[in-house]
Design a protein around this ligand. Structure first.
Ligand code: SAH
Length: 336
């Protein structure tokens, strides 16, 4: 039984027990989503920020158990865009009014500090904000990217359950992930994190810990999406994460973190045919259209059917307008 009245947009904190209660009980979901939506209107408004996503390499040295790009997946055709191809994708997106470019890839060692800095410098000439999502790097690398002009960085913690984290990420160190997030904040990036919902072995308690961790660290962006099993990974037989639970985690983050940027993630849309809209109506204020060249898009398969979504700029803009929202022409930094 829930003891909290979900009615006030100025609510700023829940206890861990309250978060667990809300996540475990489905009788007040509509109130929860409505409150998240009201909070979104009050603190970040009706504009939806568009981030043009360029998936520039699916080559990865990591072996994350859930991810289709994992090094040990031999069933995937690997690709890597040249610097010129990346810049070309960015130019096309900018010419369509996109004001943030997101560069995402596997952990591909080809993209050294020097190579990345050249690409960053070129893209920054387009008068867009620039977000990087290329995994764990040294402080020195993060500093060089920042000095070259990168504005934001996305690095999901994936799960705050240390032992689950270490089971799912062989050879990786939970504390190093934390250190990377700390370094990014220290360097002045708008820092994004987030987690997967429904990982095998993940509990509701640990999802509550994730939410408290985001709040405590005051990240500028949080992306949440359901885990989707990929057939060429060790988790191929696991069940997918629950859509409603993912939406609830996202809604709670909006209620507690007010003015941050929250994407309606592609994983939500992949699991539910109306997932993106439902997310936008339950706290989200960001969408990331895919602006990678068509021939590469389908090869960036972190989970199945990802590229089957209508992820192009025009379709996304239409959807935003159809629900009475505004496709923003702004850079979309976190509102102060
Ligand atoms: N190499 C970068 C980008 C990773 S891909 C990095 O390490 O940050 C971006 C996100 O996709 C990941 O952070 C993860 O949360 C999500 N993802 C990966 N595999 C997934 C799966 N099977 N289901 C749902 N989301 C997944």
């Amino acid at each position: 039984m829930l003891v909290i009245t979900l009615s006030k947009t100025h609510l700023t904190m829940f206890s861990k027990k309250e978060i667990i209660d809300i996540l475990s009980d489905n009788s007040q979901n509509e109130e929860l989503f409505r409150l998240a939506d009201k909070t979104r209107v009050k603190y970040v408004g009706d504009e939806v920020y568009l981030r043009g996503l360029i998936e520039f390499s699916n080559i990865c040295k990591c072996t994350c158990h859930y991810c289709g790009l994992r090094f040990e997946n031999k069933a995937i055709e690997r690709y890597r865009l040249s610097a010129d191809e990346i810049i070309d994708c960015a130019k096309k997106a900018a010419s369509k009014g996109i004001k943030t470019i997101v560069l995402q890839s596997g952990e591909d060692i080809h993209f050294t500090k020097e190579v990345m800095c050249k690409i960053i410098t070129e893209i920054k000439k387009l008068n867009t904000a620039l977000t990087l999502s290329i995994g764990e790097r040294t402080f020195d690398d993060y500093k060089a990217f920042k000095d070259a002009g990168a504005d934001r960085y996305l690095l999901r913690i994936e799960t705050t359950d240390k032992s689950l984290y270490e089971r799912l990420h062989p050879g990786m160190d939970f504390y190093n992930r934390l250190k990377c997030l700390k370094n990014l904040k220290k360097l002045g990036y708008e820092t994004g994190s987030g987690s997967l919902v429904g990982l095998p072995g993940q509990s509701i308690e640990s999802l509550a810990d994730d939410i408290l961790f985001f709040k405590e660290n005051d990240f500028d962006m949080i992306g949440v999406g359901p885990f989707l099993p990929h057939p060429s990974t060790p988790l191929k037989d696991a069940s997918h994460g629950d859509f409603t639970l993912s939406l609830k985690v996202m809604a709670l983050i909006r209620i507690l973190m007010k003015n941050i940027n929250i994407p309606a993630t592609t994983a939500m849309e992949t699991l539910h045919r109306n997932g993106r809209i439902l997310a936008l109506q339950s706290g989200a204020n960001v969408v990331m259209p895919n602006v990678t060249k068509a021939d590469y898009k389908e090869k960036y398969e972190i989970y199945p059917d990802k590229s089957a979504n209508n992820n192009d700029i025009d379709t996304i803009k239409e959807k935003i307008i159809s629900i009475g929202r505004i496709a923003s022409k702004d850079f979309g930094f976190r509102k102060k």
